[in-house]
Design a binder for this molecule. Structure first.
Ligand SMILES: [Zn+2]
Length: 411
């Protein structure tokens, strides 16, 4: 196939998970949504659950097919040699309702655990299958709106304060002092449901009252507990994920800021819109707020039981209009490009780069017009010049420079 590895329009896939909002993504992507279907995520990548296509002579073809037909040309030789495929998955999320509490494994552990489940003959699509692949799943996300999330355990002092200030949790303080974070968390995750209900029902009822009376705001765990139960669906059985809302840091990041979530850091998205970039993996261990499978022993093995001080990432500006958000991984990199009509942005791709326009619009190499909500792929070695007539915001996903991963030891 003689394929032109330069610049092509790119079209992703929408995921309609029930926690998604009904207007943000339809409006970004210019899709009518008369039935108010939830639009949770928009994926750009080659994941089989939502593959993207590129436009060639006005016809869509799967990006995965373009890569398979000549992976070295499509990905660059070093990326193909090191990763064997496109290492990242690029997403836009609209979080209306809280997502599950989760943690992702290290690459080393995922490999061992995947092979163990393969050997045990657990089908890949079985509900009790934990490890879908051998990969880690570090994630970076940049806020598109005010964005709220749970991220890592609070400090010991703050956990003690939380336990002592919540009357139902006072009995837990001695256990935490004696057995530490892991002892406490494991106890809560293994507790019988009847005990969970008797401990948490009054907590939920009080949270609902306090939210209704306007006594609490989004910095309080109670606000999020109330949000979970305010739709009148009944309180019991109470989800034990509620405990995590009290034990984890509640973090708010603003547009222009980002946060990185490495293996072992428990987290949950609470509310808002963001752009998320992650390793191409589906390895998620869940700890509540989900109807999906929860495997407590595996969850415990993957969580790092330590205090995490959330690090909010601000972009660094290597050149006019661009902000790069450093992520401590070789699998992906992310940047934003801001144009205002007064200058052009020039770039030579070193990897398969994806550009997503979320505000305004631009013209690529004076020939391809890209509007709000549209995306394009730039293959390695291709150069682009972007021009806009007004304020334009673009997100760029890429694989970091070859030096970084050629020095990185293969596991
Ligand atoms: Zn995650």
């Amino acid at each position: 196939m003689s394929f032109d590895y330069s610049v092509h329009k790119l079209t992703g896939t929408v995921q309609h998970y029930s926690w998604g909002g009904t207007s943000f993504l339809p409006s970004l992507l210019t899709i009518e949504n008369p039935n108010h279907t939830p639009f949770a995520e928009y994926w750009l990548g080659v994941h089989p659950s939502g593959p993207s296509s590129i436009e060639v002579n006005k016809q869509p073809i799967l990006l995965s097919e373009v890569i398979t037909s000549d992976p070295k040309a499509a990905l660059s030789e070093p990326v193909f040699t090191h990763f064997g495929g496109l290492p990242y998955l690029f997403k836009v999320l609209d979080v209306k309702d809280m997502l599950s509490i989760q943690v992702h494994p290290t690459k080393e552990y995922a490999k061992v655990a995947f092979e163990k489940e393969e050997a045990a003959g657990i089908p890949l699509n079985a509900p009790n299958r934990n490890y879908k692949d051998k990969n880690h799943k570090p994630e970076i996300m940049l806020a598109m709106s005010e964005f709220w999330l749970l991220h890592g355990f609070k400090s010991e002092a703050k956990i003690i304060e939380t336990l002592e200030n919540t009357v139902e949790f006072q009995v837990l303080a001695p256990l935490f002092r004696a057995e530490g974070l892991q002892g406490l968390y494991q106890f809560l995750m293994e507790m019988d449901q009847a005990q969970v209900d008797s401990l948490l029902s009054p907590v939920v009822k009080r949270a609902l009252r306090h939210k209704q009376d306007g006594k609490i705001d989004k910095t309080c765990p109670e606000w999020w507990v109330a949000k979970l139960y305010e739709n009148g669906a009944g309180i019991t059985p109470v989800d034990r994920g509620v405990f995590s809302i009290y034990l984890f840091n509640i973090v708010c990041i603003m547009p222009g800021q980002g946060i990185f979530q490495d293996a072992g850091v428990p987290h949950a998205y609470l509310e808002g819109q963001n752009v998320e970039l992650m390793a191409n993996s589906d390895n998620v261990l869940r700890g509540g707020l989900t109807p999906k499978h929860i495997d407590v022993p595996e969850l415990i093995k993957n969580i790092k039981f330590e205090h995490i001080e959330p690090v909010i990432i601000e972009g660094t500006k290597p050149c006019m209009g661009e902000s790069v958000y450093p992520a401590p991984t070789t699998d992906f990199g992310i940047a934003t490009i801001m144009l205002d009509g007064s200058y052009a942005f020039e770039h030579e791709a070193q990897s398969l780069d994806m550009f997503l326009v979320v505000e305004g619009g631009c013209v690529v190499n004076n020939q391809l017009t890209i509007k709000t909500g549209e995306a394009f792929a730039v293959f390695p070695g291709a150069s682009i010049t972007l021009n806009s007539s007004g304020k334009t915001l673009i997100y760029r996903a890429f694989v970091p420079s070859t030096v970084a991963y050629s020095q990185h030891e293969e596991n």
